[in-house]
Design a protein around this ligand. Sequence first.
Ligand SMILES: C[S@@+](CC[C@H](N)C(=O)[O-])C[C@H]1O[C@@H](n2cnc3c(N)ncnc32)[C@H](O)[C@@H]1O
Length: 241
Amino acid sequence: MKNFIKKEKKHLERIGKIFSSRTGFNSVLVDLRYETFKEFFKGKNCLEIGSADGQGTRHLLKFFKRIVALDGSKELTDKLKRTIKNRNLEVVCSLVEEYKPKEKFDTIVLAHILEHVKNPIKVLKLAKSWLKKNGIILVDVPNANSLHRQVGIKMGLLKKCTDLNEADKRIGHRRVYTIDALKRDIKKAGLKIKKTGGIFFKPLSNKQIEESWDKKMIKGFYELGKDFPELDAEIYIICSQ
Ligand SMILES: C[S@@+](CC[C@H](N)C(=O)[O-])C[C@H]1O[C@@H](n2cnc3c(N)ncnc32)[C@H](O)[C@@H]1O
């Protein structure tokens, strides 16, 4: 375990230097994610697992009296501490696998973390053990069947939709989930599925969208995404114990 923690932290520090949830189209996707999530939030306290530099944390602060933002990267948790100061927020630098919470939570958010961790079922089981009896877990990951990845296959950039592309590798993704694979892991962790859905119909890459789309187009494709969850950029599952 000691060896795993040392290796994993080194891996996250490397990624923490190149990743931000607050820049480019990535930050817009985080905003749309929370626009979707907000109707599912429950209770007063929330654990955000994999908070990075806090674009999602900003949204959570509008809804909860207490938030614990947990991330294994010191680079990113330091940035979060420097830039968001709020008495309702506790920022913890720790791997999820070594975290020992002092409390249970009403809401736990796992947004874009399961594709990063070594053992996603173990992480889901830990989250389940930290949840209050009537609490809720929100899981959200990039979708292997997203339209932009399917175009990538037709262009010869990917062999199959679950392959890691260059961007996946750069930011430390270890897998790309289909909705069925995500459902399987959630069930294996002993969680119940309450609802599934998709977020944002994304035919092009982030870079292409940044170059030419305005706010109206982005809103239109967010709305369209509600009609085609299986093809969306992201898939989410709302779970309970
Ligand atoms: C893509 S970011 C997610 C950002 C944010 N949740 C969002 O929705 O934009 C993934 C984050 O998970 C963190 N992470 C990856 N593996 C982790 C682990 N085992 N324990 C804690 N944090 C981890 C990384 O440091 C990174 O900041």
